[in-house]
Structure formats: C-alpha cells, structure tokens
Design a protein around this ligand. Structure first.
Ligand code: ADP
Ligand code: MG
Length: 692
C-alpha cells in the first residue's frame, strides 16, 4: 500500500523526463496536453461526514484518531486500524501493505480517510481507503477532486499534481472569436476547462458525470473544431499541389459507355460526372466513391481509368484480395481490351517471370491500366506516367498502404516534375454520416445511392444450426434448377489454422452430402492460380456450389449465384454480413441468404442478427454497427493512424459536429490566426508550449 496523499513534488512547468513514457501512454506529450487530460469523474472531499452517518453506497470523507493499529495474520496478513471520531468508530483494513505503513498509521495519529464505508463483521469498515495523515488543522478541499484516467505506475496523485501545475501556468485564453463563441452559446475556454478540473462543491455533479455540462460541451466542441480545422487545412493544402489535368477527351470513355450491355444508372452517371470534373483539374483529386454493395462502382472506375488513358497517362487499381484483383482484371480486360487499351495485373503470388514482365510493362508505359493487390505499390514497381490511382474497398487497407500508393506517383521519374496522381477511393461499406463528416472531412464524396434496375431484394432467413439438413436440401434443389450457391464457412478469429481446417472439412462434408454437384473451395491459403481457376469456374458455371472462407467477402460478382448460406453467422460482424450477403441478389432470380446460427446467442450476436435480418440498407446497418461497437472499433484497427475523438461522441453530438464544421469554414476565412492557434492547441501541434 503506497497511497500517499502528500509530498508529490513532480514539478517545473514541463514534463518530468522520468514520467514521459508513462505520460505518452496517456497521449500527453507536452504541457498543454495535461490541460486537455480531463477527469473521468470527481470525488467530493469538500465536506467531512461523521463516521456514524456514513451510508454505504457512496464514498465519503471522514476524519478521526487512530485508536488502535495492529498487523493481523488471520485470515491473511493485513493492517487493521480502528479510527474514531466524535460520532463513532470505523474499522480500516489494508492488505498488501509495506511494513512502513504500520508506522505511518500508528496509534494516536489523526487521519482523513476517503472511501466507502461498508457493513463489516464488527460494524462499519473501510477497505483500502485513500488516506492522509494530518499534522495539524488542515482546511478541506474547496473544489471537487478530479479522478483522471491514468496508467500503471503513474499514481493519481502525481498526475493530479502535474495537471494542477499545468493549469496554473498554461495560457488558457480563448481561441474562438468572441462573437462566434457568443453566437454558439458556448462557455469561454478558461472557466470551462477549470470547471472540469476543479469543479466547485455545488457543481452539477450529474451533468459533469454524464458529460452534458456546458463545460463539457465546450470541450467537445473545441475537439471537433480542431479536427475539422486540420482536415480542412489538409484539404486546402492539397489544392496547392499539382496533378496532370485529365481533360474530357471522350474518345475511349464514350466508346465504353456505348458498348456496355447496360445503361449507367442516374447515380452512376452523376458520380462519373463529379469524378470527371475533378480529373480535369490541375490539383490531385481525392475523392471517395461510396455505393452499397452491387451498386456498380467498378464501371465508374473503368471510366476513370479510360479518362487517364485517353490523356496519355496510366491508371492503377488496387484491390484488397487476390480474388478481387483477378476479377477486376477479367472484367476490365473484357471492357477495355476491345478499345485497344492494354490492361495488366500484378499480384504477390504471380510466378517470378510473369511478375517481372508485368513490372517491366508498367515501367515502360506499355501497360496503360494496371490492376493488382497491394503488390502494385511495392518498392520495385515504378510507373512510367501514373495519372490516377484507384483503391477499391479502401476501408480494407491501412493508412500506410494508401500513403505508399500516393508516394508512388510522386517518385516515378516522369511524375518527377512534382505532379501527383489523382486518387479515387471506393468503398461499399457505407460510412455513417457523422463519421464521414468528421474522419473523412478531407475527402470529397460521391455517392451511388441507387441499385441497377431489376434487382430484387435478397430474402434473409435466420435458421438454427439444428436445421442444417433442410438447408442442404435447399441447395440441392436450387442447383438442380440451374442456380448457384455460396456456402460461407465459419469465421474463427483466434486461429487461422483452425479456420482453414474447418473450411476443408466443410467442403469434404458438403461434397459428400451433395455428390451430384460440382463443389468448389476457396480460402486464403490456396495458391493464387488455383484460387483464380476456382473463381473463374464458379463465374462461368463450372462449379455449382462454392465453399468459401471470408476471402469472398468483398467485391466478388457472380450474378447467377442466388443462394448464400453463412454458417455460424453469429460470429460475423455486421459490416461483414452485409458485404457477404451482397454477393447474391445480383441477377434476375430472387435471391436468398440463409444465416445459420448456433444457440445460445449472446446479446450482441442476437442484436447483430436482428439488424441484418430487418435491414438491407447499408447506411442503416453501418449506423447500427457504429452504435453497437463505437466509432473507434467501427473504423477498425486498419484505420489506426486516425486520431480518434476523446471527448465528443459522434452518436450523440451530431449537432455540435455540424456547428464545428460551419465554425471551421468561418475561422479559416476570417480568423486564420485563431484557427492556427486552435489546431496547435488541440491537434498536438507545436508552439503551444507553456510559458512560450
Ligand atoms: P460494386 O459497387 O459492389 O463494386 P459492381 O461494380 O461489382 O458493384 O457491379 C455489380 C454488378 O452490376 C456487376 O455485374 C455489374 O456489371 C452490374 N452493373 C453495374 N452497373 C449496372 C447498370 N447500370 N445496369 C445494370 N447492371 C449494372
Ligand atoms: Mg466492387
């Protein structure tokens, strides 16, 4: 037991070097970060409670004399005190204590204890209260005591001391122009931040705890404003960079539109129009093309590629899986080759020879459109004239991979003049509005919000695992009628090996149960040639049933497949289920998605299955997903590198976000100095050092 309530002289007005690693874990890198390290909750040490009146259920501060202090050994070693005040007696117990504690808390000492008094064997007792030995009369705290998030090895008391000092030295003046602040009815910064760290005893404790207090509102607003400002600054900086203007020539793009077996939907045409306009500009496009699964993003990407090609530049499409890259290659070759455009593909598992040839063709400029996995942007691949880089299913890539792609354009010799490629990101995972307004605020967004005509909604069924036989029968009937089906094997997050083994077993079992069908199998460990072969066979009807792991989750497009079974659907995430289900419902037949689940279901699993059963709307599903998992989880580890919001909560602070967006625009226009100061304060920028 080492809780000292006193004697913390961590000091100076900058961070003590020995504590820096610990503080860094809390996101505290400079003094002002301490100011922004806000309490989780508060404890009331402003009043003394007579021992006899302490009710259990809430922590209290009591003061009294140690009337006995002894080390007991039964039932285990512990320091046992009796503390008495004018009203009564309380037993105090410390387990795992240093021997010196018995001396510190010897009989005759006067102490203050903070903690909960619980009914114990002998009467009221406190276990491990915070304590302070009094050397004379001491005033009580005049404000509530903050409790900060901390980390192992950094005592609350030490952190409190550091923050107190930072608050005394920091420049807490406002970064919001006064008129704007008044109009938004926000508290000034200084009183707001001081209220949170040192609330007066009569502060609205419930509002503080629920973070609805006006002081919290101000902090959340400032955080959102910081994020919006820095995103806008990025956005503006990009407009000062150079990219090849890809003019609307039309020779190839119009030829493709004329040759397609379908007409573009209105939404596709609008997205293509927006992209075309961006491409014609002399600064790099940075656009996100969002459209639910099956909305037809690929053809828009193909048009963008052709726009680059007709202007004499290369285009590249990066896909997250080999299966998808291979499928894009097939599709684009089918569309573009007849127009005389040379398409090539590149993946990590190609034979060395064909890979070398592909790299050479990209470098010489012979290849006009290159398609591949992230192998496309590895060191050895140099583009002759990369004018456009497209990332499909962008949410599946890490920030680092996307940056590598951008850097690629910068480094290639012909782009050496400082021109960057235009960038188009595509995503079928709809991003909830609040997230796209915040984390993606530096992007332009095009939306394909309609499906191609003639699609029939997928019928979703929830079926308990016990009825698996019926499901197998159903597959037999569907395939007998000339349809095709997917069987998605259970996700086993803990073990890839086990997942693979399960896939092999599932395949063997289904092949035995359905001897009259041609049953294929794809999984991540299959050599890519074999993977490609199986997928091609499935696409052309040579396999009727495809047993697959989640490698088919994104992008796979086989319109004749109209039945999907997902085994152990309760293990999958919402976005995954939505994506998987999106593999069917692409043709003219009515499609069915059967979610096999195993009882008993956890609450979370039940909720997910309910959402996916009730809704086919990607935006609603994404929104529910964010609510269930929280935005951090929702954005996923793949997006790490994006600083997450600490205080604002996008599910509940949408109004603040809208205000912050508007305020960011206004400040950049009219108050650039304040804007810069605000970003420095909130985005861990430099130049906001205390005293400086
Ligand atoms: P996603 O947006 O999920 O990537 P795809 O680009 O794979 O969707 O398109 C899904 C299917 O719809 C493909 O078979 C594609 O050829 C077809 N498709 C795309 N646009 C249209 C359209 N305007 N009319 C009819 N079918 C279309
Ligand atoms: Mg796609």
């Amino acid at each position: 037991m080492n809780a000292k309530w006193e004697g913390t002289s961590a000091g100076g007005d900058s961070l003590p070097p020995s504590l820096k690693p610990k503080l860094a874990k809390l996101g505290v890198h400079r003094d002002f970060d301490l100011v922004l390290h806000l309490p989780l909750r508060h404890e009331d040490e402003t009043v003394l409670t007579p021992i006899a009146e302490a009710r259990h259920g809430a922590p209290v501060l009591v003061e009294g004399d140690v009337v006995s202090s002894e080390v007991a050994y039964r039932p285990r070693r512990q320091l046992l005190l009796k503390v008495r005040d004018g009203s009564g007696l309380v037993f105090v117990r410390f387990l795992n204590f240093y021997p010196s504690l018995a001396k510190t808390l010897a009989e005759g000492r006067r102490v203050r204890l903070f903690g909960e008094v619980r009914p114990g064997f002998f009467g009221g007792e406190m276990v491990h209260p915070r304590f302070r030995v009094l050397r004379g009369p001491e005033p009580l705290a005049t404000s509530l005591t903050p409790v900060y998030p901390t980390t192992a090895g950094l005592a609350q008391q030490v952190l409190r001391g550091l923050i107190d000092r930072a608050l005394d030295h920091a420049d807490l003046s406002d970064t919001l122009p006064e008129a704007l602040r008044a109009r938004l009815q926000l508290e000034p910064f200084q009183p707001a931040v001081l209220t949170l760290h040192r609330p007066p005893p009569d502060a609205a404790a419930a509002a503080l705890e629920a973070r609805t207090h006006p002081a919290w509102r101000r902090m959340k607003f400032d955080e959102l404003l910081g994020q919006q400002l820095s995103m806008r600054m990025h956005y503006r900086a990009r407009r000062r960079e150079h990219a090849p203007p890809l003019a609307a020539d039309g020779a190839l793009t119009e030829a493709l539109v004329a040759r397609l077996p379908f007409r573009l939907t209105r939404a596709q045409a609008r997205a293509w129009d927006e992209i075309g306009r961006d491409l014609a500009a002399s600064h790099p496009m940075n656009r996100l093309l969002q459209g639910d699964v099956g909305s037809g993003k690929t053809v828009v990407a193909a048009l963008a590629c052709l726009r680059a090609v007709e202007n004499g530049w290369q285009a590249a499409i990066m896909a997250p899986t080999e299966i998808l890259a291979e499928q894009h290659h097939r599709k684009l070759a089918e569309w573009l080759a007849p127009l005389g455009t040379r398409v090539a593909w590149l993946s990590g598992s190609q034979t060395t020879r064909s890979r070398r040839a592909a790299i050479a063709a990209v470098a010489s400029g012979e290849t006009q459109v290159a398609i591949g996995t992230h192998a496309l942007f590895q060191e050895k691949v140099e583009f002759a004239r990369l004018g456009l880089a497209i990332v499909d299913e962008q949410h599946r890539f890490g920030v680092r991979q996307r940056l590598a792609l951008r850097a690629k354009g910068k480094r290639s010799p012909v782009n050496g003049g400082g021109e960057q490629p235009h960038q188009l990101m595509m995503s079928a995972t709809p991003i909830p509005r609040t997230l796209s307004m915040s984390y993606y605020a530096d992007l332009d967004v095009s939306l394909i919000d309609e499906l191609p005509p003639g699609r029939r909604p997928v019928v979703t069924k929830l079926v308990a695992d016990a009825r698996r036989d019926e499901v197998v029968r159903r597959i037999r009937e569907a395939c007998r009628d000339g349809r095709q089906a997917y069987w998605v094997c259970p996700l086993i997050e803990e073990s890839e090996a086990l997942e693979l083994q399960t896939a092999l077993e599932t395949h063997a079992r289904l092949a035995a149960e359905l001897p009259e069908l041609a049953v294929g199998l794809v999984h991540g460990r299959l050599p890519s040639a074999e993977k490609a072969e199986t997928m091609a066979a499935f696409a052309t009807g040579g396999r009727q049933l495809l047993v697959a792991t989640t490698v088919i989750e994104v992008g796979v497009d086989v319109p004749n497949a109209s039945l999907m079974v997902i085994e152990h659907a309760e293990r999958f995430g919402l976005a995954q289920l939505h994506q998987l289900r999106g593999r069917v419902g692409r043709g003219a037949d009515e499609s069915v998605c059967i979610l096999l689940y195993q009882n008993p279901l956890s609450d979370g699993a039940r909720q997910r299955l309910k959402v996916i059963y009730e809704s086919a709307d990607g935006f609603r599903i994404a929104h529910e997903d964010m609510l269930l998992r929280g935005p951090g989880e929702y954005l996923g580890a793949r997006q790490s590198g994006v600083p997450l919001l600490r205080f604002a909560d996008l599910a509940h602070d949408e109004d603040l976000l809208a205000d912050a967006r508007a305020a960011a625009d206004l400040m950049l226009e009219r108050h650039p100095a304040e804007a810069a100061r605000h970003v420095a304060r909130w985005m861990s920028g430099r130049g906001e050092l205390l005293g400086a």
